[in-house]
Design a protein around this ligand. Sequence first.
Ligand code: ASP
Ligand code: MG
Length: 419
Amino acid sequence: MAAAPQQDFDTVVMKFGGSSVADADKIKNVAQRMVAMRERGMRVVGTVSAMGKTTDGLIALANEVSATPAGREMDMLLSTGERISCALVAMAINDLGYEAVSLTGSQAGIETDAAHTKAKITNIRADRVVAALDEGKIVLVAGFQGVSPETKDVTTLGRGGSDATAVALAAALGAACEIYSDVAGVYSADPRIVPEARKQPRISYDEMLEMSASGAKVLMLRSVELARNHGVRVHARSTFSDEEGTWIGEEGMEDAIISGVTHNEKEVVFTLTGIPDRPGAAATVFDAVAKHGVNVDTILQNVVHGVAELSFSVPTEDVPAARAAIEDAQAELGEMTVEEDHDLGKVSLIGAGMRSHPGIAAKMFRTLADLDINLRMIATSPIKVSCMVKKSEVPTAVQALHAAFELEREPAEEEAVRG
Ligand code: ASP
Ligand code: MG
């Protein structure tokens, strides 16, 4: 049996992703893991995602019924997925001889703003959860959902939102936070593309934020923000083994220059040409984009002969909203030419050590150039370099960068730290 998560905690939030509760046997396995934790004397709060691909199925169903489903009804629909898995896990725990109670997000006191399908947690009134824990129960909280105190309506937190539920509960309860999934932690690259990718023992919040933002699927971006803001150390680990996973916290791997290569194939690049070259033009475009709730990533602007050209990337699911935003911007700035490129993917190199090691970007570009891979857009932060390349070239680019930066090698620091 693995050791209890951390000595100084008496409560632990255990979150299990959709593939960990995909069928009846897996639900029983999750129940067993929660009971094993309870048997070690911990107070256990379980948060589970919807079973398997339930959420995708519900979204598809909604789109069959309506081309423009209302956000409120979408949330009524999607929140059911997590209620199902939660109730089933509670039943399985009861059969193992332990008391369990399942709660919806709203019953668990998870309050959010009123932004349907992408609500933010604003507060947790944890008294009901605490009372049930005090009674010795294992408390199951339906992930990915809450309630807006303002509208009294059920909300959901955006795709992958159960991670945010877990971190917010851990912050509210002063609990340890364990995120279980079908991957054993955070890897130096997606092991499906790079089989020799290595599991990182530690990743700093800042690196994890960049990783989640640039395509790593282990943790939802907002959950990492919550963890950093509240100082919650997150242990990302496997549902199906007891091995140690990755700790996300203040400290990363000190001597590792690069922590990982991530990729994202779910972005679309919009290019607007013929924008007037005057102060406020970009502000007008991005005001409209923000008003429509679009999450913009890379932005590139270039001015040639008095006309500006602006490119930016958005997640695939925000494409309709981005189109609407561009319409609005055109109403103010006049007609422009709008192009959409659906054939690009992004490859990013992330590592806190970049700050003190010049030449990382140059080596990245050289590595890709040697493979004849053309770079369409480049974006950087102090600890990240991202390149947009042809979607079909993404796997090759990831493999080449992983090899060029020798990420399969254990950083030298490790030995010293372990001793
Ligand atoms: N079930 C939701 C989703 O698929 C939330 C989650 O899995 O965390 O996005
Ligand atoms: Mg998930």
